[in-house]
Write a protein that binds this ligand. Structure first.
Ligand code: GCW
Length: 698
C-alpha cells in the first residue's frame, strides 16, 4: 500500500501540466508572478478602463489577458473609475505619434494609473509596456516612451504556394489558398506578438514576387489578413512585381516613363485602396537576381520608384525600394554594386520613397562592415534591412542571437557628418533631418508551433522589434528582458543564458567565417560549408571568389590595390580598416588579401590565427551545451529538450564547419596545423562529397 501511495504521489508531482510549454506563447506567456510581486502590482491593477474603439478594444483585451495571467486574478474591464484602475486616455497632442506615457494620477479622487497617448496605437504600445514591467518584475513608475523610427516593418519572404524562401520554421502562416474564407486564429496571435514589440507594418509576400498578388482575388485575401491586423495597428504591404502590367494585362512594356504603364499602376493603386483602405504600400526588388525592373528599359532606380510612388501617393501609400541589387552582368566587386547604382541618383527619389538597404554590402553574412550607402545619400530616406531568419547563421538549428549583429550595424559610425554619424542616427532621421524613417526585418516566422522553429530564434524577432523602436537600445538588455519573459526571471538562469546568447554570434562567425571571411556557405541552400566551390558560371557565385585562398595567402583586397570598395566609405570610416596591422581583425580578410605568414595582433601568423579561430568556434559551442545542460532545473522539459537537441546539431555542425574549412584551406596553403590543433576528422574529398538536396528554405 505504501508503495502504491508513493507511486501515486510521484505521478502527481511529475505529471506534465495540461498545456505543456511549447513556445507558442512567445514572450507573452503571462505566467503568474511570485506572490510577493503580485502583492505589489495588484493594488495598481484593479480594473481596466478605456474607450470602445477597435485598437483600444484589443488593448483592453491584452491587458486583461496579461493581468489575469500574471496576477492570478479576474481583472474587470469597467466603465467607472475606481481606485487602482488602469485608464487608457488618448488624444494627448503633446505625445509623439505611437508614443505613450504611463503615470500615477488622481481622477475624481481615485488613485489610478493612466496610460496616455495621442493615438489609440500609442495606448496599445503603452499597455504592452505596462505588462512588460510586470513580466520583468520592474516597478510601475512614470514611463514615457515613443518609437524613434516610423515604419517598423516585417518582410515575409512567403510564397503564394505556402513555401517560405529562406524559411526554417515550417510553411507560411498565410494560407493563401483558403483565404479569405478561412482566417486562421493564429493570425491574431501573430498580430499581438508584432504589436507587442512595436511592429506596425507587415509585407505579406516574397520580394521575389509573383504578379498574382496584385490581382483582385489575392487583394481580397490580403484584406482578410489586414482585417485581423488593423486592431493591432499593423498595416499590410505587398511586394510588387515590376513587370505586373505585362503579365497581368498584356501591356507591351513596363517602362516607367510610358504613360500606359503609369496609368496601369495608377488604376491598380485605386483598386488596391478600394479593397484595402489603409494599405501601406509596395516593397520592390528590381533588377536584382534576375528580377525585372526599370533597368530593363534603361531607366534608373529613381525613375522606377517614383512611378510607383506617384500611383500610391494620393492614397497615402509609400514605396520601399530595395538597394539589394545584384546583377549577374556586373563584373565589378559585388560589394560595390549597390553604391555604384544608387549614389548617382541621390536627391532624385520622391518623398514617399524609402531606400531599403541591407546591413552590409553583400548579403547577411555572419559579419560584414556596414553598407557603404549609409550616410552616402543624405537627401534620400534611407531605411535598414536586417535578416531575422538565419540564412547564413545556422538556419533553423543554431543558437545564434542576432541582437549584437543588429546593434553592431546600428552603432557603426559612417562619419558622414563627422564623428558620431552612426547608422542608427541615419535611419532614425536625426542626422539628416528626415521624418520618414524605417527599419525592416526579414521574418523568421512559419507555421511551426513555436513560430520560429528554434526556441531561441524567437529572440531575434523580439530584438528586431525592440531595436526598430529604439535603435540605440542595448542588445544585452533586450536579451535579458526576452529571457525573463520567455523562460524564467531567476537570476541563476538569466545571467548565464544571456551571456551565452551575447557570445553566440561571435562563436558562429568563428566556426563559419572567421577574420572577415564571407560567403563560404554551400551553393543554393547555403546550408553548411562549401569553400571549395569554384566552378559556377559567374565568379561571384563561388565561395572561392570571396576568400581568394591560394598557396601564398588569403582574403579579398578591397583597398586601392584591389577592388577599392573601401573608397566607397568616407575617408574617416575607411581609415579604420586601411592598415591590416592595426585594424579590428574581425574585418581583416574582408578588406585585405594577406600572405599566410602575415603577423596578426596576437603574434601568431595569419594561418595559425585562422585555424585557431575555427577551432575555438567549435569548442565554444561545446561550452554552450554545458551551459544549457546546467539550466535544466529552470526550464520546462519540452523546451529544455528541444534546445538541447538543437545545440547537439549545432555542435556537430560547428565541428563540420571547422573540419571542412581547415581541410580546404590547408589544401591551399600546404601548411602544417598549429601545435595542439586536432586534424580534421575526414579528408577534403569527404566534405566535398556531402550533398543536401532537401535542405530547407531554398
Ligand atoms: O540573401 C539572398 C537570398 C535570396 C533573397 C535575396 C534578396 C529573396 O539568398 O533568397 O531573395 O538575398 O534579399 O533578395
Amino acid at each position: 500500500m505504501r508503495r502504491l501511495i508513493a507511486a501515486v504521489c510521484f505521478a502527481i508531482a511529475f505529471a506534465s501540466p495540461a498545456f505543456a510549454e511549447d513556445g507558442y506563447d512567445l514572450w507573452l506567456r503571462y505566467k503568474p508572478v511570485e506572490a510577493s510581486y503580485a502583492a505589489q502590482y495588484k493594488p495598481q491593477a484593479t480594473a481596466i478602463i478605456g474607450d470602445d474603439t477597435p485598437i483600444l478594444n484589443s488593448t483592453k483585451a491584452e491587458l486583461k489577458r496579461g493581468l489575469d495571467g500574471l496576477l492570478g486574478q479576474d481583472t474587470p474591464v469597467a466603465q467607472a473609475v475606481t481606485n487602482g484602475a488602469i485608464v487608457l486616455q488618448t488624444g494627448d497632442k503633446d505625445i509623439a505619434e505611437d508614443g505613450f506615457r504611463i503615470e500615477a494620477k488622481s481622477i475624481d479622487g481615485h488613485r489610478v494609473t493612466v496610460i496616455s497617448a495621442n493615438t489609440d496605437q500609442g495606448a496599445l504600445y503603452g499597455a504592452f509596456r505596462y505588462l512588460r514591467q510586470i513580466q520583468t518584475r520592474q516597478p510601475i513608475t512614470t514611463i514615457a516612451d515613443a518609437p524613434k523610427i516610423r515604419l517598423r516593418v516585417i518582410n515575409h519572404w512567403d510564397n503564394l504556394d505556402g513555401s517560405v524562401e529562406r524559411g526554417y520554421s515550417g510553411t507560411s502562416i498565410f494560407d493563401w489558398w483558403r483565404l479569405p474564407d478561412l482566417v486562421d486564429a493564429r493570425l491574431t496571435d501573430y498580430a499581438r506578438a508584432e504589436a507587442s514589440i512595436g511592429v506596425n507594418g507587415v509585407v505579406l509576400n516574397n520580394v521575389n514576387a509573383k504578379a498574382d498578388s496584385l490581382t483582385a482575388p489575392y487583394l481580397e485575401k490580403a484584406e482578410a489578413i489586414a482585417k485581423v491586423f488593423r486592431p493591432y495597428g499593423i498595416k499590410v504591404y505587398l511586394s510588387a512585381r515590376w513587370s505586373a502590367p505585362i503579365e497581368l494585362s498584356g501591356l507591351k512594356t513596363a517602362d516607367p516613363l510610358d504613360p500606359a504603364v503609369q496609368a496601369w499602376w495608377n488604376a491598380k493603386a485605386d483598386e488596391i485602396y478600394r479593397i484595402i483602405p489603409d494599405f501601406g504600400g509596395f516593397l520592390v526588388k528590381a533588377n536584382s537576381e534576375g528580377q525585372p525592373g526599370p533597368g530593363d528599359y534603361k531607366r534608373n532606380h529613381a525613375q522606377g520608384a517614383n512611378m510607383l510612388a506617384a500611383a500610391l501617393k494620393p492614397h497615402g501609400g509609400i514605396v520601399m525600394w530595395r538597394a539589394f541589387v545584384y546583377s549577374e552582368h556586373d563584373a565589378n566587386d559585388r560589394a560595390k554594386q549597390a553604391y555604384n547604382e544608387f549614389k548617382p541618383v541621390e536627391g532624385q527619389f520622391a518623398d514617399n520613397v524609402l531606400l531599403q538597404i541591407k546591413n552590409g554590402a553583400i548579403d547577411f553574412q555572419p559579419r560584414e562592415p556596414f553598407h557603404p550607402l549609409f550616410g552616402a545619400m543624405p537627401k534620400t530616406n534611407e531605411m535598414l534591412e536586417v535578416q531575422i531568419t538565419k540564412e547564413y547563421l545556422g538556419q533553423g538549428t543554431h543558437l545564434v542571437y542576432q541582437g549584437p549583429l543588429y546593434e553592431e550595424t546600428l552603432k557603426a559610425d559612417t562619419f558622414s557628418e563627422g564623428k558620431g554619424s552612426t547608422v542608427a542616427k541615419i535611419i532614425d532621421g536625426s542626422l539628416d533631418n528626415h521624418t520618414f524613417t524605417g527599419m525592416a526585418g526579414v521574418s523568421n516566422v512559419g507555421d511551426d508551433r513555436n513560430w520560429t522553429g528554434n526556441d531561441f530564434s524567437q529572440a531575434d524577432w523580439y530584438a528586431f522589434g525592440r531595436l526598430a523602436w529604439n535603435p540605440e537600445a542595448s542588445s544585452r538588455d533586450i536579451a535579458s528582458d526576452w529571457v525573463k519573459m520567455t523562460f524564467s526571471d531567476d537570476p541563476a538562469f538569466v545571467k548565464p543564458v544571456v551571456d551565452m546568447m551575447m557570445a553566440s554570434r561571435e562563436t558562429a562567425a568563428n566556426y563559419m567565417t572567421p577574420l572577415g571571411l564571407a560567403h563560404q556557405m554551400a551553393t543554393g541552400h547555403h546550408y553548411g560549408p562549401g569553400p571549395w566551390v569554384c566552378d559556377l558560371a559567374r565568379p561571384e557565385w563561388n565561395p572561392c571568389y570571396y576568400a581568394k585562398a591560394d598557396a601564398k595567402g588569403i582574403g579579398f583586397d578591397r583597398t586601392k590595390t584591389g577592388s577599392d570598395a573601401i573608397a566607397q566609405y568616407t575617408p574617416a570610416a575607411a581609415k579604420q580598416w586601411a592598415d591590416p596591422k592595426k585594424m579590428d581583425e574581425r574585418y581583416l580578410l574582408w578588406f585585405h588579401h594577406l600572405p599566410w605568414n602575415f603577423k596578426v595582433q596576437s603574434g601568431r601568423t595569419l594561418w595559425d590565427e585562422l585555424i585557431t579561430n575555427y577551432d575555438m568556434g567549435a569548442k565554444q559551442v561545446a561550452a554552450m551545451q554545458q551551459t544549457w545542460a546546467a539550466m535544466k532545473p529552470y526550464v520546462d522539459p519540452e523546451r529544455f529538450t528541444a534546445v538541447s537537441a538543437n545545440l547537439g546539431i549545432q555542435a556537430r555542425e560547428a565541428k563540420w564547419w571547422r573540419d571542412a574549412s581547415i581541410s580546404y584551406f590547408q589544401s591551399k596553403s600546404g601548411l602544417a596545423l598549429p601545435a595542439g590543433i586536432a586534424p580534421p576528422e575526414h579528408d577534403l574529398d569527404y566534405y566535398k562529397s556531402l550533398d543536401f538536396p532537401y535542405a530547407p528554405g531554398h
